[in-house]
Design a protein around this ligand. Structure first.
Ligand code: ARG
Length: 572
């Protein structure tokens, strides 16, 4: 789309010695509506011209006024600033025509040039419950992947399963002693957790089990068929359960290589570090010293020759580089693992690995619940499935109350969509480094900053269009230039900014930046809806233009929600 900031910079640039990029970066969005749409501060030029900024502003203004382009209404000097007022009709026409011709693609671009971006997310541990913390990486990672896809990158979605470690020796022994095949088939993770917990509870009386577990793990590492078969079974069953959750949440992956996969690639890591002379012995273990990075040494091989979490991550990076020649390798993993990733990346940097700076840890905060809002069944762990079920149940009550004429199946469907969306939005709406506080009243508030609010706004827009029998195909006959009221102009501005915030969201790995714009658009839309007659507009051309505006808003809200992993419903 036409870049107004750049166009303004182009008008200024030939009157100065500065670079266009420098000018463009100086241009601001004024804090108040009546100060125009863009402002150029003249302090920076004051040095160059040795004149007062206000004088420079008025000189530039005069020159621009002589050859005013059609998209510009006027310029005004306000103190040291030169302020620009866009021609509202021109602006409306430009933005809406773009939206009408791009529809679902509005906001998308090709800036990624199909470069490979790996987004690793979810990565739960086999045989362990999928709790609300794993939902953070899962939902955030999916949204980041969607945004990169929309910007024309080739996204590779990886689930780095925790499928390796000494606990699998324990699990094998526990399973052989107490496993129940039927229970495993029915509720795999509950059954595996049951025997695993039992293993620990009998250890005091049967300490010999510890040694047996260690041996079982060794046999697993040596690829003994009996142990590998059991491990495979635990893995398959766990994935079956995880996939049920992923399907429900519409989460997808291209690759499920877990830690075990990379464990086999450790010799490559050792060889690389040995050729660079970076491996040192420390209390029997092989480590890389990271003092120059102010980090603790990174263990590569333990004294018994086995690998650790960090060495497997280093192996994974070498594998990803070789397999995908990635542009970015993004880890969506909680902030408590910051130090781990610093170590992993530092080892590679020290080894002279070319893409060491293209590995990015995208951290996030923790999940908390308002007191009494969640009774925890099993210890302190809150299962994602329980959270989702509760959200859907509560949403169903609200939808049933609000829509007495809705059929039962539609209520079920709508409640599932809105209930899941409410949870997803709660994970995504704030900056990711903030902790999340779940509070049902807040996240299901149809008037608050919530998914139900955004979805409701979308449904409202759709219902207006339906009442009017609106047809979006004829947009070339619409006169968008009639949309010049403040409320209308405000909405168009929000929509113009959507593609920009998408890029910013990708750069900062922050879907919240994009959602904030969508939420602002929805708020402004509801204000417009209350203040402005739409269906009742007398002038037929203005009515048509306003309906077109409603349609455009619905398109942009929908596009943003879809990138967040939320499918809006037509009615609720
Ligand atoms: N499985 C780990 C956990 O649940 C997270 C793995 C993160 N990814 C990685 N490449 N280390 O804590």
């Amino acid at each position: 789309m036409f870049d107004f900031r750049l166009a303004i910079a182009e008008m200024i640039v030939n009157q100065t010695e500065l670079e266009i990029s420098e000018i463009s970066a100086l241009i601001e969005i004024p804090p108040k509506e009546d100060m125009g749409d863009y402002a150029f501060p003249c302090f920076r030029l004051a040095k160059e011209f040795k004149k007062k900024p206000a004088l420079i502003a008025s000189e530039i203004s005069e020159k621009i006024n002589r050859t005013m382009p059609e998209w510009l209404e006027q310029t005004k000097v306000i103190g040291p600033y030169l302020n620009f007022y866009l021609n509202r009709g021109y602006y409306a026409s430009l933005v809406l025509k773009t939206i009408f011709s791009e529809l679902d693609d509005y906001g998308k671009s090709e800036i990624g040039q199909q470069r490979n971006v790996i987004v690793e997310y979810s990565s739960p541990n086999i045989a362990k419950p999928f709790h609300v913390g794993h939902a953070y990486t899962t939902i955030l990672g999916q949204a980041i992947g969607n945004i990169y896809d929309a910007l024309g990158f080739n996204t590779i979605r990886m689930n780095h399963l925790g499928d390796y470690g000494t606990q699998f020796g324990k699990l094998i022994i526990a399973w052989r002693l107490w496993g129940d095949e039927a229970a495993l088939a029915k509720e795999p993770i509950a059954e595996l957790t049951r025997v695993y917990v039992k293993f620990h509870s009998v250890l005091e009386d049967q300490p010999e089990l510890e040694d047996q577990a260690r041996e079982a793990f060794k046999r697993l590492e040596n690829k003994e068929p009996a142990e590998v078969e059991l491990w495979q079974k635990f893995r398959d069953y766990s994935l079956l359960e995880f996939n049920r959750l992923y399907d429900r949440l519409e989460i997808n992956f291209d690759n499920y290589n877990g830690e075990s996969f990379y464990s086999d690639l450790i010799p490559e890591v050792v060889e690389m570090l040995e050729t660079k002379n970076l491996l040192q012995e420390s209390r029997g273990a092989q480590v890389v010293d990271l003092e120059e990075f102010n980090l603790n040494p990174c263990i590569i091989l333990k004294s018994d020759g086995t690998t650790i979490y960090a060495s497997r991550d280093i192996a994974a990076i070498l594998y990803r580089d070789r397999t995908y020649d990635y542009y970015k390798n993004i880890y969506v993993v909680g902030l408590p693992q910051t130090n781990h990733f610093q170590q992993v990346f530092a080892v590679l940097k020290k080894a002279g690995f070319a893409k060491a700076d293209q590995n990015i840890h995208v951290g996030f905060g923790s999940v908390k619940f308002k007191d009494g809002d969640f009774s925890t069944r099993k210890g302190n762990i809150i299962l994602l499935e329980d959270l989702l079920d509760q959200s859907v149940a509560k949403t169903k009550d609200i939808i049933t109350k609000n829509n007495p004429d809705m059929s039962k199946p539609e209520i079920e469907q709508t409640a599932e969509a809105v209930g899941l969306a409410a949870v997803k939005y709660t994970y995504l709406k704030n900056g990711r480094e903030h902790d999340i506080m779940f509070d049902w009243e807040e996240i299901l508030d149809f008037e608050g900053d919530t998914a139900p609010y955004l979805m409701y706004t979308y449904a409202r827009a759709r219902s207006i269009l339906q009442k009017a029998n609106f047809n979006c195909v004829e947009f070339n006959n619409f006169d968008f230039t009639l949309l010049t009221e403040d409320d209308e102009f405000g909405l168009i501005k929000n929509m113009y900014q959507y593609p920009e915030v998408l890029i910013q969201a990708a750069e900062e790995f922050e879907p919240s930046i994009m959602l904030r714009k969508i939420s602002q658009l929805a708020r402004n839309f509801n204000r417009f809806y209350h203040n402005t007659p739409i269906l009742k507009t007398e002038d037929i051309n203005l009515r048509q233009a306003r309906l077109a505006l409603v349609f455009a808003v619905s398109v942009v809200i929908k596009n943003g929600l879809i990138l967040a992993g939320i499918d809006p419903v037509e009615r609720m």
